[in-house]
Write a protein that binds this ligand. Structure first.
Ligand SMILES: Nc1ncnc2c1ncn2[C@@H]1O[C@H](COP(=O)(O)OP(=O)(O)OP(=O)(O)O)[C@@H](O)[C@H]1O
Ligand SMILES: [Mg+2]
Length: 297
């Protein structure tokens, strides 16, 4: 069960882990989208405090429109912070210039919800996966990057020959594997995963989540894992944060948040979130349990 997994992971942390500098630290974070035509702006994120420590998976849940993607994009430097403080890999994001944050970008990986739109349809999978390596000068071009790309495809359990295919020639689950390969290409310290499996059907979802858990264990990156699905964050997250209309209403371990939600909003929210298919969920858990055993945990 996910709660047990979080406890196990917590017990395995080295001494002094909690004192390490967080990868992400938000204090009173505010993000306001500008209003159009002189109308007032919209505050999508309102006074959020959160911390992600090295190697930790923070599950961010909340109903549609609660501000999850906005927070993920702000951490990636893609959306402007308008108030409070957001520290990402030692950079204060409030008022930062794009140029100053660019080097830190190479230390952050992304996986988005829709694998179809996250790849350039004109490039082969190998060229897509090679992109960050080329942009950040780890390879001259896609051909030069190919040996590393093959390794990455292997890490996400795709045959190297799939590198020669185009994005539309892969299934949704395979494309999401390829986008994981691209996201980890530079061995990021932080991986932002914005609903990476919600466009996939349940059986495919399970395998991609399993892969995420395996890669996270192997590479040890910290992660902001955004999802609607409480069963998913319960399985993967060390801590869960619940967002409601731009405010954080609950934060704690899976046992704390799912077991005894303190906030009335959270209780309502938990009840309103989609209840996962119990059979699929049991199946997912069983797969993850086996994976953990094979991994010596
Ligand atoms: N570029 C934008 N300009 C203005 N408002 C925006 C913009 N992007 C998002 N919003 C608004 O900010 C709020 C939060 O949006 P966000 O995409 O962060 O929600 P979310 O929690 O990711 O939702 P979902 O689960 O549907 O993906 C929403 O009310 C949305 O309409
Ligand atoms: Mg979103």
């Amino acid at each position: 069960h996910g709660v047990a997994r979080a406890a196990e992971r917590a017990a395995a942390r080295p001494a002094g882990w909690a004192e390490q500098t967080p990868v992400v630290e938000a204090r009173g974070l505010e993000i306001e989208y500008p209003g159009r035509f002189g109308r007032p702006g919209f505050r999508a994120v309102d006074g959020v405090d959160l911390v992600i420590r090295p190697g930790e998976v923070l599950g961010l849940v909340g109903e549609s429109g609660s501000g999850k993607t906005t927070i993920g994009r702000a951490i990636a430097g893609l959306t402007k912070v308008t108030g409070g403080s957001l520290q990402v890999l030692g950079h204060e994001m409030l008022g930062i210039r794009e140029r100053r944050f660019r080097p830190a970008r190479s230390r952050i990986g992304f996986v988005f919800q829709d694998p179809a739109s996250s790849f350039n349809p004109l490039l082969t999978i190998a060229e897509c996966v090679a992109e960050p390596l080329v942009i950040h000068d780890r390879a001259v071009d896609a051909r030069d990057a190919r040996p590393r790309v093959d390794e990455l495809l292997e890490a996400v359990q795709l045959p190297a020959s799939y590198g020669d295919r185009y994005p539309h020639e892969l299934s949704g689950g395979q494309r999401q594997r390829a986008s994981l390969a691209r996201a980890i290409a530079l061995e990021p310290e932080l991986l932002i995963a914005d609903e990476p499996t919600s466009a996939l059907d349940v059986s495919v979802q399970a395998r991609v989540l399993e892969l995420f858990a395996e890669l996270q264990r192997e590479f040890g990156f910290a992660s902001l894992f955004i999802s609607h699905d409480l069963a998913v964050v319960d399985l993967l997250a060390d801590r869960i944060a619940v967002l409601y209309r731009g405010k954080l209403v609950e934060e704690g371990t899976p046992a704390e948040v799912l077991g005894s939600p303190a906030d009335p909003y959270t209780q309502r929210l938990l009840a309103s979130l989609p209840v996962p298919d119990p059979v699929a969920q049991a199946d997912r858990r069983e797969q993850l349990r086996r994976l953990r055993e094979e991994g010596g945990r």
